[in-house]
Design a protein around this ligand. Structure first.
Ligand SMILES: NC(=O)c1ccc[n+]([C@@H]2O[C@H](COP(=O)([O-])OP(=O)(O)OC[C@H]3O[C@@H](n4cnc5c(N)ncnc54)[C@H](OP(=O)(O)O)[C@@H]3O)[C@@H](O)[C@H]2O)c1
Length: 295
C-alpha cells in the first residue's frame, strides 16, 4: 500500500516507522521538517506541504496534536484533502473532539474521500511495540482496507461504528484512566496517613479486587515515586476538556470528570504539568499532611 503519514510527534514517528519497516511505500510530512529524518533514513520520502501528500496516496494517516491542527492539515487552504484522489482513505489517529471530527467527515465527503476515525489508547512504548489499542469507526469497506495497516501498529483493533463512535470511546477510556488516578491518589493517601507502609499498601492493592491492568502498570513507578510521563498531566487535561465540552453540548453530566479535572490544573500550577498523571498522588499526600517521600 502506498500511504502517507502526517504528524511525526512522539506517537507519529514510531507508528510511521512500523509501516515503513513492514515494506510499505510511505511519504511523510511534519510541520518541523527535522522530525522527518528518522523516517527518511528508514526509507520513506518526505514532502514540505500537507497538500503534497495527497496525490497518489491510497491511505493518508494523520497523528497530530488537537482539533485546530487536524482541521488545518486536512481541510485548511494547504490541507491534504485538496489533493487526495476520490476513493482514497483519510485515517485520523489523533485524539480530537467528536465535533471537530464530524467537520472533517463532512469535508472528506465533499472530496469523495472515505474517512476513518482511529484514535489510539496506549503510550509511546505501546506505539514502538505495535501494541496500541486502535478504536476505529467509519465505513466498513474502508476499515477493512486499513485493517492490515492497523495490525502493523496495534495489538487490539476494534471497529466500533460508522460515525464518531471511536471518538467517544477514546475519551471514555481516558476519563476512566484519569479518574482511576484521582481515586487511587485519594484512597492511598488516606491509608498512608493512617500509618500503612507504602510498599505494603501497593502490594495489597495490586492483589485486591480493585487491581486492574492500569494499576499494574503504575505499581513500579508508584513504588519508585517516578513520575516520568507515560502520559503527562497537561495532556490528560486536554482530553478531559474535550470530554467536558462534548458532554456540555449533549447535556450529559460528568460530575466526577469535572472534579478530577481540577487535579490536572493543580499539577500544572505547581510545576507538575509534565509529570505523569499518576503523580497527582503527591497532591493528595500534601493535603493529608504526609511528608514528601524521596524519588
Ligand atoms: N503521547 C501519548 O502517549 C498519546 C497516547 C494516545 C494518544 N495520543 C494522541 O495522539 C496525538 C499525537 O500525540 P503526540 O504525543 O505524538 O504529540 P506530539 O509529540 O506533541 O506531536 C504533535 C504533532 O502534531 C504536529 N502539529 C501540531 N500542530 C500542528 C499544526 N497546526 N499543523 C501541523 N502539524 C501540527 C506537530 O508538529 P511539530 O513537530 O511541528 O510540532 C507534531 O508532529 C495527540 O492527539 C494525542 O492526544 C498521544
Amino acid at each position: 500500500v502506498c500511504s502517507s503519514d502526517l504528524g511525526l510527534g512522539r506517537m507519529g514517528v514510531p507508528m510511521a516507522l512500523n509501516l515503513v519497516n513492514a515494506g510499505h511505500q510511505v511519504t511523510v510530512y511534519n510541520r518541523s521538517a527535522d522530525k522527518t529524518v528518522a523516517l527518511t533514513e528508514a526509507g520513506a520520502s518526505a514532502v514540505t506541504r500537507p497538500a503534497d501528500l495527497g496525490a497518489g496516496a491510497e491511505v493518508v494517516f494523520t497523528m497530530i496534536s488537537n482539533d485546530a491542527a487536524l482541521e488545518d492539515v486536512t481541510s485548511g487552504p494547504d490541507g491534504v484533502l485538496a489533493t487526495m484522489a476520490a476513493g482514497s482513505i483519510l485515517v485520523d489517529m489523533s485524539t480530537v473532539t467528536p465535533a471537530c471530527s464530524a467537520r472533517v467527515a463532512e469535508a472528506a465527503t465533499k472530496c469523495s474521500v472515505a474517512y476513518i476515525r482511529a484514535p489510539v489508547s496506549g503510550s509511546v512504548v505501546f506505539a514502538v511495540a505495535k501494541t496500541l489499542t486502535i478504536l476505529a469507526s467509519g465505513p466498513t469497506q474502508a476499515y477493512e482496507t486499513c485493517k492490515p495497516l492497523f495490525e502493523l501498529m496495534g495489538g487490539k483493533i476494534f471497529h466500533v461504528g460508522q460515525d464518531e463512535q471511536a471518538r467517544y470511546l477514546k475519551l471514555t477510556l481516558n476519563m476512566m484512566v484519569g479518574i482511576t488516578a484521582g481515586m487511587a491518589a485519594e484512597a492511598l493517601a488516606f491509608s498512608e496517613r493512617g500509618g500503612v507502609e507504602w510498599d505494603v499498601l501497593l502490594e495489597v492493592v495490586a492483589n485486591s479486587a480493585v487491581a486492574s491492568p492500569l494499576i499494574g502498570y503504575k505499581r513500579a513507578p508508584m513504588a519508585a515515586r517516578d513520575w516520568t510521563p507515560a502520559f503527562p498531566a497537561n495532556q490528560m487535561a486536554k482530553d478531559f476538556d474535550m470530554a467536558l465540552d462534548t458532554a456540555r453540548d449533549l447535556c450529559t453530566p460528568l460530575p466526577i470528570t469535572a472534579l478530577v479535572r481540577q487535579y490536572w490544573s493543580t499539577m500544572m500550577a505547581t510545576g507538575r504539568g509534565n509529570n505523569d498523571f499518576f503523580g497527582c498522588l503527591e497532591l493528595l499526600e500534601e493535603q493529608a499532611g504526609i511528608k514528601p517521600k524521596s524519588s
